[in-house]
Write a protein that binds this ligand. Structure first.
Ligand code: SF4
Ligand code: SF4
Length: 184
């Protein structure tokens, strides 16, 4: 076996076929399906937490990040990923209902301590809003909330009126019945 491997190495060194690479100077071309560090489209994330729930290694936690969309994600909660636990299975990506989580080809994530490889939303987010956009979105969110409250109040009022009408008709019906009985 040793001789066989030696023979193969010698053959390849003579024929010029590359069997090892001088990493990190030479990095191989990674396939499109490579599963590296996540990329979060902050404009689409709704903060549902489905990625965190499906993760088999419990490495996703939702944390606050102020540069997201308060209309879509009212609590502004976004995934934080602990790469010390992640096995790059991609289940979180498959589960995301907003299709805002993908995986890049970035794989060099070494750090000096465990905290270095816990990535906050700011580390994986793309499309973060600027101050003006955030102000516009906050205004939009406020208006949407007001509209929701107005509709809820209207619905409650209509329900109350309907119930009062039904009660009135009930009383009228029983009064008529009593009068009829008395006449008999
Ligand atoms: S790739 Fe897998 S292990 Fe990593 S965060 Fe997503 S679900 Fe969890
Ligand atoms: S990344 Fe997707 S699954 Fe995770 S919280 Fe955002 S919308 Fe939900």
């Amino acid at each position: 076996m040793v001789l066989k491997n030696l023979k193969m190495t010698l053959k390849r060194s003579v024929t010029g076929v590359e069997v090892t690479r001088l990493y990190p100077e030479k990095i191989m071309d990674l396939p499109d399906a490579e599963r590296g560090v996540h990329v979060l489209d902050i404009r689409k994330c709704i903060g549902c937490g489905a990625c965190a729930r499906i993760c088999p290694n419990d490495c996703i936690k939702l944390v606050a990040y102020a540069r997201g969309n308060p209309v879509k994600n009212k609590k502004l909660q976004y995934p934080q990923i602990d790469y010390g636990r992640c096995m790059f299975c991609g289940l979180c990506v498959d589960e995301c209902p907003a299709s805002c989580l993908t995986m890049s080809k970035v794989f060099e994530i070494a750090g000096w301590n465990r905290e270095d490889i816990v990535y906050d939303p700011v580390d994986i987010a793309v499309g973060a809003y600027n101050d003006q956009e955030l102000a516009d979105l906050a205004e939009e969110a406020r208006k949407a909330e007001e509209e929701k409250k107005r509709k809820a109040a209207e619905a409650a009022k209509a329900k109350k009126e309907k119930a009062a009408k039904a009660a009135g008709e009930g009383e009228k019906g029983s009064g008529e019945k009593a009068a009829k009985k008395k006449a008999e």
